[in-house]
Write a protein that binds this ligand. Structure first.
Ligand SMILES: Nc1ncnc2c1ncn2[C@@H]1O[C@H](COP(=O)(O)OP(=O)(O)OP(=O)(O)O)[C@@H](O)[C@H]1O
Ligand SMILES: [Mg+2]
Length: 568
């Protein structure tokens, strides 16, 4: 669990108020249960021990009211603010609220704010700056899903507190009380025992309290007990609601589905996976657990599947962040979603956070336009989180353009190593072919397959090209089978050779990319285990290239970016 976040967010809130004399504090959360929690607890915000504070709530749904009492014994009494908030918005209440804030020791909580206008913005900004409020020891707490709903001039002078999505202890209490309160809907023999409770608490990590309660109730209503399968499905759906992240709870394959790259796999096993699986060893030697890696190399060489298979090997969830969606958002939304992704990663720990296309917002150069401003902001958020001592998730980044990534990202403490993923050598190509014909897919094969010929004809192909080649061969045979009355035809060597002919892999361009990756690797590391891969691939190229008619490829005009394009 993540140490810092385990401390109550309300303690942080009260400390911020007391020590920094900030009248206004934003609580950034979309979890309604956090407001209940604050109002039931009513921590003392004033700077002296036994202050008696009066708590008022301005809620765009419920109106303006005073909230009294603590724990289970709370009451609400409406305050007339001279207009219907639901109809006219919060601004109608501002004169009345202003008046109430003239009374000493008043705490105002604002919630359910979905839009703002000039009047509301000006009022909130005024409260943030008000000396009078400070003298009166009044505080304003604004609950918002996204602080950017207010213009920066409002929140830039305030403190922002972000409650955790849920802690282990909170989940434990919530699941127990929800089960107790719904006992009559649960089959008696299926009430959670200690192990079941532990598994449910573990599984619900990453969800907010609101979401956990809803999932547990839905699961009981559907199954008449708390079903881990139902909760797991709901969790994937709830987290997938966020357009920039997706959660893969248990990828189907580990390292057994990665062909070749034995050095790389061994290195990941020795330096990352084993130490992470046995944290007590690192502790004994007073070493820090692994923090992260960056994989770089040409398209289709398997960077994404390496991240997925690591999560399988480690038995950890994989949170995938998609930069292409993040950067397309309107101002403020990108940062919010980025932050949320980190929060989810924090609360899912231990887990892996995988960021593909890292170069999208980690570029060295940046101009003055809006998108590069967002990129810079996201980049500094990423740097900060990667360097955060309390971070417990493991980071995997992937890129095709390692050179354009700001070196600050690669610094030790943020990631442990930068690892090249080049085009596969002949042995790896055979393994990749086998994986896509017999492991990931079990294809009906003839006995005439000569893998060494396939390796020979796929020099400088990526793993992705080889996979596509297998799919294309299978499709051809499948079509023939359907035409000939579904006899169950098998796929043979001639079908693969036919399929290979339909590909137009630019060997020369890919050789250039391979050399580039090698040069980059030499510049970035002096680890011979990494550079060895290239020497092997190079000597293989020299001996094989005579059999490859590179010149004829060139003559056919197949210039391009590397990768694949079709001949036909
Ligand atoms: N070494 C490999 N073993 C087995 N399959 C592979 C290998 N390399 C690539 N593949 C196959 O190719 C597909 C594409 O690979 P992947 O998406 O991991 O490449 P990538 O390096 O992330 O590419 P990009 O840079 O375009 O994101 C995968 O679905 C996988 O099935
Ligand atoms: Mg990828």
């Amino acid at each position: 669990m993540n140490g810092k976040k385990e401390e109550s967010w309300m303690v942080e809130l009260a400390n911020q108020r007391k020590t920094l004399f900030a009248n206004l504090i934003f609580v950034e959360t979309d979890d309604k249960k956090r407001i209940d929690e604050l109002l039931r607890t009513k921590p003392i915000l004033a700077n002296y021990e036994d202050a008696e504070e009066r708590w008022l709530v301005l809620d765009s749904w419920e109106g303006f009211y005073e909230h009294s009492g603590k724990g289970e014994n709370t009451t609400c009494s409406k305050i007339d603010c001279g207009g219907d908030i639901r109809e006219y918005g919060m601004r109608v209440a501002i004169p009345k609220v202003q008046k109430e804030l003239e009374t000493k020791d008043t705490v105002l909580v604002m919630t359910n704010i979905f839009r703002t206008d000039d009047q509301l913005n000006n009022a909130v900004r005024g409260w943030a700056m008000s000396n009078q409020l400070n003298v009166n020891r009044c505080s304003v707490i604004v609950f918002v899903d996204n602080k950017n709903i207010f213009p920066p001039e409002v929140w830039s002078h305030t403190r922002i507190v972000t409650p955790p999505r849920s802690t282990w202890a909170e989940r434990s209490v919530l699941i127990k009380t929800t089960q107790d309160s719904m006992k009559k809907h649960i089959i008696k023999s299926k009430l959670l025992d200690e192990d079941g409770m532990g598994n449910t608490i573990r599984l619900t990590a990453g969800l907010t309290l609101d979401q956990i309660e809803a999932s547990v109730i839905e699961s009981i209503m559907l199954n008449e007990y708390i079903s881990l399968t139902t909760i797991s499905d709901l969790k994937t759906k709830l987290l997938a609601n966020n357009p920039v992240i997706s959660l893969i709870q248990r990828p189907p394959f580990g390292f057994e589905a990665i062909g070749g790259y034995n050095n790389l796999k061994q290195r990941l096993m020795d330096e990352i996976i084993e130490p992470m699986k046995n944290p007590q060893v690192a502790k004994y030697y007073n070493m820090k657990p692994p923090r992260g890696i960056i994989l770089f190399g040409p398209p289709g060489t398997g960077k994404t599947i390496i991240a997925k298979s690591m999560s399988r090997e480690l038995n950890m969830s994989l949170l995938v962040l998609r930069p292409e969606n993040i950067l397309g958002m309107y101002v403020g939304e990108s940062e919010k979603n980025f932050k949320k992704a980190f929060e989810i990663a924090d609360s899912l720990c231990p887990c892996i956070l995988f960021i593909d296309e890292l170069d999208r917002f980690s570029k060295r150069d940046s101009g003055d336009n809006v998108s590069s401003h967002v990129e810079r902001e996201l980049f500094s958020m990423l740097l900060e989180r990667l360097g955060d001592e309390d971070r417990e998730w493991f980071f995997v980044g992937a890129t095709n353009m390692i050179e354009s990534i700001d070196p600050a990202l690669r610094r030790t403490g943020r990631v442990d190593s930068v690892i090249p993923v080049p085009f596969p050598d002949a042995k790896a190509r055979i393994e990749i072919f086998k994986i896509h014909t017999s492991v990931k897919r079990k294809l009906p094969l003839k006995t005439d397959i000569d893998e060494s010929v396939i390796a020979e004809k796929t020099l400088m192909w990526s793993g992705s090209d080889i996979e596509q080649m297998v799919i294309r061969a299978t499709n051809i045979v499948m079509k023939n089978d359907l035409k000939s009355g579904c006899k169950g035809l098998k796929i043979g060597m001639s079908d693969f050779l036919e399929s290979i002919k339909t590909f137009n892999v630019d060997v020369e361009e890919n050789s250039r990319l391979q050399k580039q990756v090698k040069d980059q690797t030499i510049r970035l590391t002096n680890d011979t285990r990494l550079t060895d891969v290239f020497d092997h691939a190079e000597s293989q190229m020299v001996s094989e290239s005579s059999r490859i008619d590179v010149a004829s490829n060139m003559l056919k005009g197949k210039k391009g970016k590397g990768g694949t394009s079709e001949v036909s």
